[in-house]
Ligand binder design. Structure first.
Ligand code: NAD
Length: 477
């Protein structure tokens, strides 16, 4: 299946990127092919009675690699969902999980539907039926296949899927672990909704900790003051843009949405723009910046960092040569086609690839799955004990201070921060930060350590493929 630009399909694009990395590895005969191919894709067509008629929907669940189980990957609701896309996304999940050492194989699901055309109770009916079809074939199961949110789905759909699984598996004590991205009151974890965007922020922070890497992109300094274009102010794009602008001093100069783009060279108020989009369905007429009808063209505007956070293939052979951003971080999956990737590399742009950049979602999903299996919230056992131990030190320092005649005293801010034991959200963020730093380190080692690797994507694929290969070699096929 080729794209409107006449380029290879999304799945072929992922395979081309895989091939480029695999060619640099010395894999045993046949293993490369075994890792690359998608193991199975299940297509389901089901009917739901809505508005006085039966409507038929088509859904997919694709399993790319079962070298580790359960397999993991989101469920997407979009009118453009098709088998090729789901298989490409499942393949990316395999390499992504390996790169961030989340103990899962790769999977992905999709339902061909425009969720905006349906009322919440209709979406519940559709989601329940889709989940039923997948659950009865063990394609949703805490030990075998664990979905999560993706484009067009969120906490609500995940809560419905979990409930449907529980109804069909009443004696499964681990039922809640059948899906991640649930709301906290339904077995979810703090920090999952923000996780992918937060991961994008942590990835950029880590990149900017290495001046040599920053120099490769022709940039210098820190994130502070960097001009950023964000495409897609949905779950991932909104959180990434919000955190980068409010916590790191970035200026979000452009937001590109379905119906056009908004520009403000002084930096857009991300929260205000997001609220406007929720209320009005797009950025047209939004008073916080200058509106541009041709959103795609805005991707070519001058900036320091470009964050495509909407959908695949948006940077392709049509516009790659005109993209001015020296640093692109792929918050979405597959936003740059294989052909465009080559054009951009030759231009000297640095691309922080999807398999790393948006891995924050699956990382925190992993924490949620572990929480569900252990049936206890993170920090519940340690928090107060940690506080008590810190109190001992503070008391001792105060005693020392009195002994020295009160010449020194602790700032109240330090005392308050130091005394507080970490809650679940802090632990999740700490685990996510650690994961993003470690994964970047492993990519970076290959990027700078091998003469035949000149980009982060190839480095990321090499790390992922080597880990999957090691797993197959240890266990046998
Ligand atoms: P979402 O549905 O919450 O948001 C998507 C946003 O993109 C929406 O604001 C939508 O209006 C906008 N959009 C859609 N088509 C567009 C177009 N043609 N031009 C400009 N904007 C457009 O989806 P999401 O969960 O934020 O996912 C976005 C991307 O991130 C996808 O590629 C997804 O696979 C990837 N991703 C998501 C997660 C997650 O946890 N949600 C995790 C990893 C990767």
């Amino acid at each position: 299946m080729s794209t409107p630009t006449g380029e290879p399909s999304f799945r072929q694009s992922v395979d081309l990127m895989f091939n480029r990395a695999a060619a640099l590895l010395d894999l045993p005969p046949g293993l490369e092919e075994k890792i690359r191919v998608c193991n199975a894709t299940y297509t389901v067509r089901f009917g739901v009675k809505l508005r006085g008629e039966i409507r038929t929907f088509t859904g997919y669940r694709s399993v790319h690699s079962e070298h580790m189980e359960p397999v993991k990957g989101g469920i997407r609701y979009a009118p453009t969902v098709h088998q090729d896309e789901v298989e490409a996304l499942a393949a990316l999940m395999t390499y992504k999980c390996a790169l961030v050492t989340a103990p899962f194989g790769g999977s992905k699901g999709g339902l061909c539907i425009d969720p905006r055309q349906y009322e919440p109770d209709e979406l519940e009916k559709i989601t329940r039926r889709f989940a039923y079809e997948l659950i009865k074939r063990d394609m949703i199961n805490p030990a075998q296949n664990v979905p999560a949110p993706d484009m067009g789905t969120g906490e609500r759909e995940m809560a419905i899927i979990a409930d449907q699984y529980q109804r069909m598996n009443t004696t499964d004590i681990n039922a809640r672990a059948c899906v991640t991205g649930k709301p906290p009151h339904a077995g979810g974890i703090q920090g999952r909704v923000e996780a992918t965007g937060r991961g994008v922020q942590y990835a950029l922070r880590e990149f900017f900790r290495h001046p040599e890497d920053v120099k490769q992109a022709g940039l210098s300094g820190s994130l502070d003051g960097k001009r950023v274009i964000v495409q897609g102010l949905g779950n991932v794009g909104y959180h990434a843009a919000l955190f980068l602008s409010t916590e790191d001093g970035c200026k979000i100069t452009h937001v590109v949405e379905r119906d056009g783009a908004l520009e403000n060279p002084a930096g857009l108020d991300v929260q205000a723009v997001h609220d406007w989009i929720l209320g009005h369905g797009g950025v047209r007429n939004c008073p916080f910046g200058t509106y541009h009808e041709d959103g795609v063209k805005v991707l070519e505007a001058e900036c320091d960092i470009l964050i495509p956070a909407a959908l695949e293939g948006v940077i392709n052979m049509h516009n790659a040569a005109d993209i001015q951003a020296p640093l692109i971080i792929e918050a979405a999956n597959g936003p740059i086609t294989a052909g465009a990737d080559e054009v951009l590399r030759h231009k000297g742009a640095v691309i922080i690839p999807d398999l790393y950049a948006n891995a924050g979602g699956v990382t925190v999903s992993y924490f949620e799955w572990v929480k569900n299996l252990s049936h206890i919230r993170f920090g519940r056992m340690q928090r107060r004990q940690e506080e008590a131990r810190h109190q001992l030190i503070v008391d001792e320092l105060q005693r020392l201070d009195e002994h020295l005649g009160g010449a020194w005293s602790m700032t109240p801010d330090f005392k308050q921060k130091y005394l507080r034991g970490a809650d679940e959200l802090e632990l999740v963020r700490s685990g996510l930060d650690d994961t993003m730093r470690a994964a970047y380190g492993s990519m970076r080692e290959v990027w700078w350590g091998r003469d035949d690797v000149t980009d982060l994507r190839t480095a990321g694929f090499i790390v992922g493929i080597e880990r999957v290969a090691a797993s197959y070699q240890a266990k046998g096929i």
